[in-house]
Design a protein around this ligand. Structure first.
Ligand SMILES: NC(=O)c1ccc[n+]([C@@H]2O[C@H](COP(=O)([O-])OP(=O)(O)OC[C@H]3O[C@@H](n4cnc5c(N)ncnc54)[C@H](O)[C@@H]3O)[C@@H](O)[C@H]2O)c1
Ligand SMILES: [Fe+2]
Length: 383
């Protein structure tokens, strides 16, 4: 038996933040990052709460990639304030921190049901609708994806106005995170018709609107589309899971602080080649890996040519690399300029172990060995 469930109620489009006036909770803890807390954006959250006479407090100590010490500080704040609901405002880091804070605080003091309302300010992770929270053990240099239904937000609010200020480089990284979620969930071993439909729509939107949003952050039509695509891709991977692009990207984030979407974008062409068994030297084959058909479907959704299977998968890899170049995302770790070769090659063995143990590896369409993972990390250094 398979089950498809969407637990989160999604409010979207113009005036969707008005929902904050009618939520059935009085005492609200807003969890966000310092950038959002100091920007005009926070007023878009606090004004509707104020006008409805709600009490609120703000915890704004979130930093990228949800490190454990900040989660612990958030848990302390939560237990002091004892909110009826948490409103998470920010990118994946703020939403994942909020999920972990609520989860751990209620384990320490299970004083009642506390709702989570997730309001993304990047179009990337889809965390507003997923049962995942990626937390970061900064001492061990490992990012752990926690997975539990109890992490899922009760409500999500998608207002593209909150994304307007996202700078081009973050639009690029987070947009490629959306694309990676959709592609990995589409080829995952746990894919189903529901997840595939959601992924296909997310891919179609990325194909038409990601570059537009990158080139003009005030293109609100493109922003709105990408904000919805991010959520669709989140719903897709919430049921179908992801793959080794994410397992390997988590390690690049934990060890070298490479932004999550950027790490995915850089790895993705290599993973498509690895999973499909098709690279730039390939000739047509009598039999293909089952993922090839699915990658070809995605190439068609993007409107890429399809002379035969090999060329279709190549066109998908080329499209990903074209997007990287158009949006100034480096293709290699060397090109990033922030990591020395000694540090990188010394970390590969440990990163491969952690990537193999990552929960996202389970659903990859091809079962990797440690050597496979190490080879992909090595290839990523330079062309
Ligand atoms: N839970 C999930 O399902 C899931 C899925 C994928 C990734 N993740 C995790 O999410 C994290 C990444 O999240 P992210 O990519 O959204 O980045 P992020 O939350 O780390 O934010 C990136 C940067 O953008 C800034 N920012 C956020 N909103 C902004 C706005 N509106 N205008 C200007 N700047 C803004 C932030 O202050 C930050 O500096 C990673 O830790 C990743 O592992 C979680
Ligand atoms: Fe992701």
């Amino acid at each position: 038996m398979q089950t498809f469930e969407m637990k989160t109620v999604i409010h979207f489009g113009s005036n969707s933040l008005d929902r904050l006036k009618t939520i059935p909770y009085q005492r609200i803890l807003i969890i966000t990052d310092p950038f959002v807390a100091q920007s005009e954006m926070i007023r878009l959250i606090t004004e509707p709460l104020k006008s409805a006479g709600k009490e609120y407090d703000i915890f704004s100590d979130v930093v990228p990639d949800a490190p454990l010490d900040k989660i612990a500080a958030g848990v302390r704040k939560f237990l002091e304030y004892m909110p009826e609901a948490v409103v998470a405002v920010g990118g994946g880091s703020a939403m994942d921190s909020s999920k972990a804070i609520r989860e751990f605080a209620l384990k320490i003091n299970p004083y009642g049901h506390v709702a989570l309302i997730a309001i993304p300010t990047t179009s990337g992770t889809g965390s507003e609708v997923t049962s995942f929270a990626v937390i970061n053990d900064t001492n061990a240099h490992i990012k752990y994806p926690l997975v539990s239904d109890s992490l899922t937000a009760e409500e999500a609010i998608l207002d593209a106005e909150l994304v307007r200020s996202v700078p081009p480089s973050v639009t690029a990284d987070t947009g490629m995170d959306v694309f990676t979620h959709a592609l990995e969930s589409y080829v995952s071993t746990a894919h189903n018709e529901f997840s595939a439909a959601l992924a296909e729509k997310a891919i179609e939107i990325c194909g038409v609107f990601l570059l537009r949003a990158y080139l003009d952050g005030n293109d609100m039509h493109a922003r709105q589309k990408m904000h919805v695509a991010s959520c669709l891709a989140g719903l897709s991977f919430n049921t179908a899971g992801l793959g080794i692009t994410h397992s390997m990207a988590h390690q690049l984030g934990a060890v070298f602080h490479i932004p999550h979407g950027r790490a995915n974008a850089m790895l993705l062409p290599h993973i498509v080649e690895y999973n499909s068994g098709i690279n730039k030297h390939s000739r047509s084959q009598t039999e293909y890996h089952p993922s090839v058909k699915r990658y070809a479907n995605i190439a068609h959704v993007l409107g890429l040519s399809n002379y035969n299977k090999v060329m279709t998968v190549r066109s998908l890899v080329n499209w990903i690399q074209f997007m990287q170049k158009e949006m100034n995302i480096p293709l290699t770790i060397q090109e990033l300029g922030t990591v020395t070769p000694d540090a990188y090659f010394a970390a590969i063995d440990r990163m491969a172990d952690a990537a193999l143990a990552d929960t996202c590896t389970v659903n990859n369409p091809r079962v990797p060995t440690k050597e496979d993972i190490m080879n992909i990390y090595k290839k990523l250094w330079s062309f």
